[in-house]
Every structure is written in C-alpha cells, then in structure tokens.
Design a protein. Sequence first.
Length: 228
Amino acid sequence: MTAIRLLLVDDDPLVRAGLSFMMGGAADIEIVGEAADGGEVEELVDRVHPDVVLMDIRMPSVDGLTATERLRARGDAPQIVVLTTFHADEQVLRALRAGAAGFVLKDTPPAEILDAVRRVAAGDPVLSPAVTRQLMEHAAGTSAGTDNRRARARARLATLGEREREVAVAVGRGLANAEIATGLFMSVATVKTHVSRILAKLDLNNRVQIALLAYDAGLLEDDGDGGH
C-alpha cells in the first residue's frame, strides 16, 4: 500500500509537533514536510509532492486562504484540508470556494483528523451536509451581493444537461454516489461520469464546490432538512 504523502502547515511549532506525532504514527501516512507560513507552501509542494496539505487558516505572513488559492490555481495541486478553530467562519468558506476539500477543527479528535486526511486523499470531501449548510448560511447572513451570487450560480448551472443538474443538486444535498444512483435510477458508474463532467464543465475542483454552487443557486431551499 502506498502511503499518503502529507504536508503540515501551521505557524505554531507545538501544533505542528503534535500533528506530526499523531499523523506520523499511522502506517498509511508519511509526513513529507512542514511549513510555518503559507508563503513556504508552493516551494515545498514542488519539492516534496504531497498528496494532501493540512493547512492552518490563520498565519501571520501568508494565511492559509491565500496559500489555498495559490495552490488550487495550479494544475497539479494536492488536496487541501483547512485547520481552523471556528465552525462558521467566512475565511473557511472562502477556502472551500477556492478548492479546499474540507476543514477540521483544531480540537477534533486525532482519529477524525486521520480519517479526514484519508478521505480527502481518496477523493471524498470531509464536510457533512449539515456543516456545509451552517457555513453557507453564516456567509449568507454576513456577505453582500447574495442576489448577484445567485444569478451567477444559476447561469453557470444552466450550462449543464438535465441529468447533470439533477446530480449536482444531489451532490449538494450530501448524497454519496450510490445514494444518487438509487434516487435517480442510474448506475454508480454513470453518476461518477456525470460528476466528472460537472467538474470539467464548471471548472470546479471537487464535490464541495458543486454543493456550494447548488446552494448559491438556491436549488437546495426546497429540501427542508437537506435531505436527511
């Protein structure tokens, strides 16, 4: 089994030491580098080629948001999990919009942080639908331009075919591929194909961004409790 190559980014040396001790003890994870600031990340990524970056959101020089935006703008970007101390945070939401695959709280139990790294390495987001909605509702209450965002999101989704749009809404509701396949009467392979096409057509990085776009477009508002 090939180990997941992990890069740790946090300005607190004690946090990095704790993460390194915790993550390095897992047989399937290899710590390939550490950085104390977001400004160091791109050079380190080029040098050590991580699969996943565990990224602190608040750092004194270049913060995790900026570093995430810079990395995800590249064609060979690793997956990124944001580290934060707050559930509902505008910067976390911006990092997700920039292409981070999810976030974990710094006081999250070690086993859950390990699980998050493994899931992201496998291509799965690490946000529950409830947490995603909490973040987006927080942003909707604090950000200007909601109507413009909705119009832009709907215009982008209008480029999708009918079945692609249905899959996008299902992804926004937090359904797994197998659940989407059952609900839309298609095979799991077909769902995966639709998801890949949605990502390509809309120039998105991952399923979290599909969910954000579906929310922005107002397509989840008739879902009551989010499908759960």
